[in-house]
Design a protein around this ligand. Structure first.
Ligand code: HEM
Length: 343
């Protein structure tokens, strides 16, 4: 089949839908990962076997074996010395489901890719790019294991926050790459809106600040900062800690939480500025809608952050993390709609 057929509007829409599904699966994966972290499940599977690891323990003997392995690590000895097999199973399943969801994304990428390739429905230039994303998806699994393995070290009860951040940004790279490719398939031609260049510049600044805030958020969740909120000790209440900013950017919980909040305020202002600018300039409908979306999502994000911290509820922490990715994706959507904007 010719390249012309591959780039027909119908085939492009098909490829776009498939890639949007994949981006959605990555988003769900981020939520599963957040739940795995916050439920303390992430260290319950002590091996990484990309192919044979798809089977959970199927017999009492198999369960005893994985549980015995878990009993050798500091997290069990320090946090759960009295845990029985039933308690271990509660820890096991979230981590298992997180890993299986990762593998299923590999299948959802590779099987249709081979079919679309064989039937000539996909443009040739996309094939090596999507193969690369498949390989990088595998690498993301390896980074996940690199992160998990840091939790097995002496006296450690959780993974190292910088490795958590690396794993998170691996996911964000894949998410944005798949989303951008899907958007390109759905709308190949830049709209080149007139008078929108300034708005695009502000949106880029907002994106930069958003990424910094998200990076700072990785450290809040990495140190389980949600549990550190204290009005009496002024932790998480919005006041800078003593000696700030030289008070331990990556080590002191009060500083980590304060820095995240400060960046969050700047990001919220930047994003709302984009929304207001887009509305005041009577932007074209697709730009206006995306700008309204990011404005709404950033307000929700701020509210979720404050309520998660003050209530200490990890489910709100996971919702906050998933909404951050939705916000990130929506800023990317806005920038896609502003491609080629002129002064
Ligand atoms: C623009 C606003 C914000 C953005 C984009 C943002 C982003 C993020 C991200 C991406 C994470 C976790 C990432 C991870 O490691 O997987 C996070 C964690 C967290 N953030 Fe925010 N955040 C914002 C505002 C706030 C505010 C205002 C607060 C509180 C006053 C807050 C409190 C927290 C807490 C407590 C966590 C840890 C949650 C957990 O352990 O599950 N955030 N934030």
């Amino acid at each position: 089949m010719s390249q012309n057929t591959a780039s027909s509007p119908q085939n492009r829409q098909l490829i776009a839908i498939w890639l949007f599904i994949l981006a959605f699966m990555i988003w769900i994966m981020v939520g599963l990962g957040g739940y795995t972290r916050d439920s303390g499940s992430g260290l319950s599977i002590m091996h990484w076997e990309p192919i044979i690891g798809i089977w959970p323990p199927l017999s009492k003997a198999a369960w005893d074996k994985v549980f015995a392995l878990y009993q050798t690590i500091p997290q069990y000895q320090i946090l759960h010395p009295h845990m029985g097999l039933a308690g271990f199973k509660v820890l096991f399943w979230p981590e298992y489901i997180h890993r299986m969801w990762g593998r299923s994304m590999g299948v959802v990428l590779m099987v249709p890719l081979l079919i679309f390739w064989a039937t000539g429905r996909i443009e040739k230039k996309l094939i090596p790019w999507l193969f690369l994303l498949f390989v990088l998806g595998g690498l993301q699994g390896a980074i996940g294991w690199f992160m998990v393995s840091s939790g097995f070290m002496k006296n450690s009860v959780a993974v190292e926050p910088w490795r958590l951040s690396l794993h998170f940004w691996g996911a964000m790279f894949l998410f944005s790459a798949v989303l951008w490719t899907a958007l390109n398939q759905a709308n190949p031609e830049p709209a080149r809106h007139a008078g929108m260049r300034g708005l695009r510049r502000t949106a880029f600044v907002a994106l930069g600040l958003l990424m910094l805030t998200m990076f700072a958020g990785n450290f809040v969740s990495g140190i389980h900062g949600i549990a550190d909120f204290s009005i009496a000790k002024h932790v998480g209440t919005g006041q800078p800690p003593a000696n700030w900013p030289m008070s331990g950017i990556f080590t002191n919980p009060a500083t980590i939480i304060f820095d995240h909040q400060l960046l969050a305020v700047l990001t919220t202002i930047a994003i709302l500025t984009v929304t207001v600018k887009a509305l005041r300039r009577e932007s074209p409908a697709p730009v206006r809608d995306a700008a309204l979306l990011i404005g709404g999502l950033v307000l929700l994000q701020f509210t979720l952050g404050v309520t998660a911290l003050v209530s200490g509820r990890y489910d709100l922490g996971v919702a906050h993390q998933m909404n951050a990715v939705l916000l990130f994706g929506s800023v990317i959507l806005l920038l896609h709609r502003l491609r080629g904007a002129t002064a």
